[in-house]
Design a protein around this ligand. Structure first.
Ligand code: SAM
Length: 234
């Protein structure tokens, strides 16, 4: 069972976050539906409600502070899976516009049902990031792209930077061991520059958020197709 409001509010407070009753109700519906749907479609390995609270919900919402997200920005969540980080973020910051992208259609179908239940507006895209970002309607159209637990920073940069308009940002949610220097050449070729790195801890686990600012257009030859990306990083 999802913990009660008082418990959740105290946990949020520990991270400097204010949890409204309305947001709590939505997170509760999210958690129950995630656990139920996970019985037939593989969405998450985390099934304990308290762990879902920390490892999925609070972790996602901390992106608001550590990734400096606010207002009415447009955000594309690349490889969103069961909606992390963008759906909890949207519950917390209702003004942002979210686009949920994943290559597995069963996950996109789950997200459509979830957002309907939560009365949340979102755009849903089923496809591979490397194909979708070559489409004019999505290329360099977002203020921010983000990704959590999808690939290493070099690959992620190729998947995520093409979506961002010049002046926007790509934000990667990573563990402490990520080697930024290994992705430096890829980031530069794609038109980005590392602008900020934030380290923090979530229940004694170290986390890192890397912000990449887009300073010039991504050359049209990027992203490459998936087999080229797999073969050799930029
Ligand atoms: N971001 C979620 C999270 O943090 O819980 C899901 C992480 S899951 C490990 C990685 C997700 O990325 C999967 O749902 C997978 O289908 C998706 N994915 C991997 N490569 C992708 C690509 N090239 N384009 C779109 N989605 C991709």
């Amino acid at each position: 069972m999802f913990p009660d409001y008082t418990f959740c509010r105290e946990r949020f407070k520990k991270y400097g976050l204010e949890l409204s009753e309305n947001a709590y109700e939505k997170l509760k519906i999210y958690c129950d539906f995630l656990i139920e749907y996970n019985n037939c479609v593989n969405l998450t390995a985390i099934t304990d409600p308290v762990e879902i609270l920390y490892k999925h919900f609070i972790d996602s919402i901390l992106l608001a502070e550590h990734g400096e997200i606010s207002g009415d920005i447009s955000l594309i969540d690349v490889g969103t899976g069961a909606g992390f980080p963008s759906v909890p973020l949207k519950i917390f910051l209702p003004g942002i516009k979210i686009t949920l992208l994943d290559s597995i259609n069963k996950r996109i179908e789950f997200l459509k049902k979830l957002c309907n239940k939560l009365e949340i507006e979102a755009e849903f895209i089923h496809g591979r990031a490397e194909d979708i970002s070559q489409m004019t309607e999505y290329r360099e159209k977002f203020d921010v792209s983000c990704a959590r637990a999808v690939a290493n920073l070099s690959v992620l940069s190729e998947l995520c930077i093409p979506f961002v308009s010049v002046g926007g940002r790509f934000i990667a949610m990573k563990g402490p061991s990520e080697d930024i220097s290994a992705a430096a050449s890829a980031i530069e070729k794609l038109g980005g520059i590392v602008s900020r790195e934030t380290n923090y801890s979530l229940e004694n686990e170290n986390r890192r958020i890397i912000q990449i600012k887009k300073i010039s257009h991504t050359p049209t030859k990027y992203p490459r197709n998936s087999s080229q990306i797999k073969k050799k990083s930029l």
